[in-house]
Structure formats: structure tokens, C-alpha cells
Design a binder for this molecule. Structure first.
Ligand code: 5AD
Length: 353
């Protein structure tokens, strides 16, 4: 039986209130299995009451593994000379979308490094072409910090969602994860600009990234409170070879699941993916996240021959039910826990309940 304090805090969250630091700390340091199970079940119930047993799918196209940035955790950081690089052409991306359309997807996510060749004009042109060919599909971009004018041009071209994790709210922690030319406030500012432009905005952070403390995570939760994102992606940190963090240990699956539960309870309407990083660390990772309140999966629709090259961390899953080509497998996997694939666009809706 979960204790009184836990019930009181969960009720406070469920009533739409935020929490004090000490209350977040209490939740993030829960050790008792029954307490964690209570949180997980509360989160799953909230997700079901808002979305039913449907799990939205987004087709993910990884458009480039070139990146001008040098983030310490990321396998495609520019100074990783061993990384395999590729960039898709517009035609390849359009072909992926055609394939995704035939499979039944209604959302395309274009994700890539900050590739100087795939510049803002190029991205806008690709979005425009996809939008012209598939006017009813949601187009999501995840192509990093590009500046207000670019975000506006992408929006005008037909993009309606943008994913960009804030990574960590704490400036000092951010500085340990990133090179000196990047900073936490410009990232946060970009997220505000995207919101202002009317995007459905996704943010998030890794769980268990090097040097991360509980206080850092509390700051992350409090930042999300402020930002009120429509989508929140979290996944465990996983070391990537030939990066400064190559020998750090992975984030905990269990702690990531606890964090998913907390996000769901705090943000009942949010779109929360069961991330590939979780599926990479644990064969049941995706299902565990769904049973803790996640309601989105993002199968990989990148051309088969480039999937291994988009190696932001080691052993990243792109086959099996992570693959867009395996939707039947995903359907079966979800059916096994009483859920199903919802093929609709799955836009953010305030008061979904
Ligand atoms: N482990 C886990 N997640 C990572 N990302 C980048 N590198 C890693 C890693 N080594 C996440 C970042 C980024 C998203 C696209 O992938 O949070 O925003």
C-alpha cells in the first residue's frame, strides 16, 4: 500500500497543480517497489482515460548523419572521425514518405544532425514538396537549432511540429554535455520561438546522462512545467563509441520508466513516446514505457542501408518492431498487452479527456 504522502502528491498532480522541489525530490527518489508500481499504474490509467488503448505511430526518417555540433554524448558529433556519414536526397526522402503513406502512417518525422549542406532553404523546400504531395499528413521536424526565420519558413512550408530536447535545464550540467559554443538558454529560447510560431513542440532530456543529479532532473521537470510542451521525449543515456562519454554507464531503464510515469501524471494530454533508447536497452522497454503512460511509438522509416549509420549511440535498434516495415509485429506486440496501433495523425489536443 503506497503511503499517504505519495497519494497526496499524486492527487495534487492529477488536479493539475505543479509541485514543490521537495515533492519532486520525494517522487524521484522513491525506492519502494509498491510505491513505484502505484505511480506506474496511476500513469497508465491517466493515459488510457485520455487516449484509450490506442498508441500513435510516427514514421521516422533520419535525413542526415552529418552534424556541425560536437555534443559530448552523441555518436554523430562532428569530431567523431569514425562515424559513417550520409545525407539523404530530397528524392530519397519523398520515396520514404511514399512508402510510409502506403503503410498507413499519417505523421512523418524528419530528423537529422545540423547538416550545413541540408541548409534552411533546402529543408523548407523538402517540407514544401512533402506537404504538396501529402497535404493531410503531419510533418514534424527535428533538425536542431536553426533560428527564428528558419522556423517560420519551415512552418510556412507546411511543418506543424518540431522536436528539440532541451537536454538539461541546468546551465552547468549543459556545459558539461556540450561544447562551449552551445548553451542552455539559446536552446530554451528556440523552444519558446517554436511555440510562438504555433508549432506543436516537443522537448525532453536523457535520463542518466553523465554528471546528471536528482536536482538537475528536478530542474528539468520544473522547466517542462514552464514550457508546457505538447510532446515530451525521454530516454536513457547510452554511451556511444569514440565520444568523450564512451566509457560512462547507461542510464537506468527502471528510473526512465519511473520518469515516464511522472511525466504522464503531470502532463495528462502530452504525447509521450516509448523511445528507441529504451527499446535498445531492454527487449520489453517499449511495452514497459506504454504501461507507464507513454502513448507514441516512432518506427524507423529511413532507407535500410543508412540505418546503421545514424548511430547517435551504440547498438541503436532500427530493426524488428522498431522498423516501419514491421508494423504487423508492432500491432501484435501491442495486442499482447491489450493496446492497438492508432494510425491517425494524433495531434495534440488540450483536454483530450
Ligand atoms: N544516448 C541517448 N540519447 C542520446 N541522444 C543523443 N545521443 C544520445 C545518447 N548517447 C538523444 C539526445 C537528442 C536526441 C535526438 O537523442 O537527447 O536530443
Amino acid at each position: 500500500m503506497a503511503d499517504k504522502m505519495l497519494h497526496a502528491i499524486v492527487n495534487r498532480l492529477a488536479a493539475g497543480h505543479s509541485l514543490e522541489r521537495s515533492q519532486w525530490r520525494y517522487l524521484l527518489t522513491l525506492r519502494d517497489d509498491d510505491d513505484k508500481e502505484f505511480l506506474r499504474r496511476s500513469a497508465a490509467d491517466i493515459a488510457v482515460s485520455h487516449f484509450g488503448k490506442g498508441i500513435y505511430v510516427r514514421a521516422l526518417v533520419e535525413i542526415s548523419s552529418y552534424c556541425r555540433n560536437n555534443c559530448n554524448y552523441c555518436g554523430i558529433r562532428c569530431s567523431n572521425k569514425s562515424a559513417s556519414r550520409y545525407r539523404l536526397t530530397k528524392e530519397q526522402i519523398l520515396n520514404c514518405c511514399k512508402e510510409g503513406d502506403m503503410m498507413g502512417f499519417n505523421t512523418f518525422v524528419l530528423q537529422g544532425g545540423e547538416d550545413p549542406i541540408q541548409d534552411n532553404e533546402w529543408i523548407a523546400d523538402v517540407v514544401k514538396s512533402i506537404h504538396a504531395e501529402f497535404p493531410d499528413k503531419a510533418i514534424t521536424l527535428s533538425v536542431g537549432e536553426r533560428g527564428y526565420d528558419a522556423y517560420r519558413a519551415f512552418r510556412e512550408a507546411g511543418a506543424c511540429r518540431y522536436l528539440m530536447r532541451h537536454e538539461t535545464r541546468d546551465e552547468a550540467h549543459y556545459a558539461r554535455l556540450h561544447p562551449a559554443n552551445m548553451n542552455a538558454s539559446s536552446r530554451r529560447n528556440a523552444l519558446l520561438q517554436l511555440k510562438e510560431l504555433g508549432y506543436q513542440v516537443g522537448s525532453g532530456m536523457m535520463i542518466g546522462s553523465p554528471y546528471q543529479t536528482i536536482d538537475n532532473l528536478i530542474d528539468d521537470f520544473m522547466f517542462l512545467d514552464e514550457l508546457q510542451p505538447h510532446m515530451i521525449g525521454i530516454g536513457p543515456f547510452i554511451p556511444a563509441q569514440n565520444t568523450p562519454f564512451e566509457y560512462f554507464k547507461s542510464g537506468s531503464v527502471e528510473f526512465t520508466i519511473l520518469s515516464v510515469s511522472l511525466l504522464r501524471i503531470r502532463f495528462p494530454n502530452a504525447l509521450i513516446p516509448a523511445t528507441t533508447a529504451l527499446a535498445t536497452l531492454h527487449p520489453q522497454g517499449r511495452l514497459m514505457a506504454i504501461l507507464a503512460g507513454a502513448n507514441v511509438v516512432m518506427p524507423n522509416l529511413s532507407p535500410m542501408d543508412v540505418r546503421e549509420k545514424y548511430a547517435i549511440y551504440d547498438n541503436k535498434k532500427s530493426n524488428g518492431n522498431e522498423s516501419a516495415q514491421q508494423l504487423k509485429g508492432l500491432e501484435n506486440e501491442l495486442a499482447g498487452i491489450g493496446y492497438y496501433v492508432d494510425y491517425s495523425r494524433g495531434d495534440y489536443v488540450e483536454n483530450k479527456k
